[in-house]
Design a protein around this ligand. Structure first.
Ligand SMILES: Cc1cc2nc3c(=O)[nH]c(=O)nc-3n(C[C@H](O)[C@H](O)[C@H](O)COP(=O)(O)OP(=O)(O)OC[C@H]3O[C@@H](n4cnc5c(N)ncnc54)[C@H](O)[C@@H]3O)c2cc1C
Length: 180
């Protein structure tokens, strides 16, 4: 007979562990010390100020939410959580994710910096990168911009085999020659 398990903490870690164990047939109980919604730092925070009799609380968030493609585990977990309000029971939580091909870093009193989120995929992406490095007040010194560009050029002109077979095993600090 499978054991019962208790988990302390209903954040992403506790809930993921609970999900994995429940799928394997364990009886799981999650204890969460906060009285609010479960989810820990990743929970939604309803904004009660905008509630009206006909509307639910607005779903506020703790902060921005992004899941880069290399966050394999959480996306895998989301794909195994059915979307409860889907009448056909075909959709899962990962179906709520929206691909973001560009990102914007906003700054107080300065122009925002826009960059592609993935490997440059054409002239528009390259323009964005060059614009970010040369035409934006990034605080980078000329020598530093040169290093970034040469590293980008190296990445862009390397084959997939080299990127995954070789660069994947070099730390970011070493790849950037950050100590030089
Ligand atoms: C503003 C912000 C933005 C973020 N954005 C992203 C993002 O975009 N993408 C991303 O991947 N990550 C993001 N993160 C990080 C991510 O939210 C956290 O790494 C993750 O939620 C941590 O989960 P956790 O379960 O380890 O811890 P927590 O979320 O801290 O959960 C721990 C839970 O345990 C409970 N607890 C503690 N002690 C006890 C006890 N004794 N008994 C019972 N319960 C207990 C706590 O109340 C809490 O609910 C963000 C974090 C913040 C704060």
């Amino acid at each position: 007979m499978k054991s019962s398990v208790i988990i302390l903490g209903g954040g992403v870690a506790g809930m993921s562990a609970a999900h994995e164990l429940a799928e394997r047939g364990y009886k799981v109980t999650v204890f969460e010390k906060q009285p609010e919604l479960p989810g820990g730092k990743a929970r939604s925070i309803p904004v009660k100020a905008f509630t009206s009799p006909n509307h639910k609380h607005l779903p506020g968030e703790h902060g921005f939410r992004f899941f880069p493609g290399f966050y394999r585990h959480i996306i895998d977990t989301m794909e195994r959580i059915p979307m409860t309000d889907d009448a056909d029971h075909k959709k899962n939580t990962a179906d709520n994710l929206v691909e973001a091909p560009k990102m914007m870093l906003t700054r107080v009193g300065k122009e925002p910096i826009q960059l592609p989120t993935g490997f440059p995929d054409g002239p528009e992406d390259i323009r964005l990168i060059i614009d970010a490095i040369f035409n934006t007040d990034t605080g980078l010194k000329p020598g530093e911009s040169k290093v970034i560009l040469s590293k980008l050029w190296q990445l862009m002109t390397s084959s997939r085999a080299r990127r995954f077979g070789e660069y994947e095993h070099i730390g970011w600090w070493d790849f950037c020659e950050a100590d030089l």
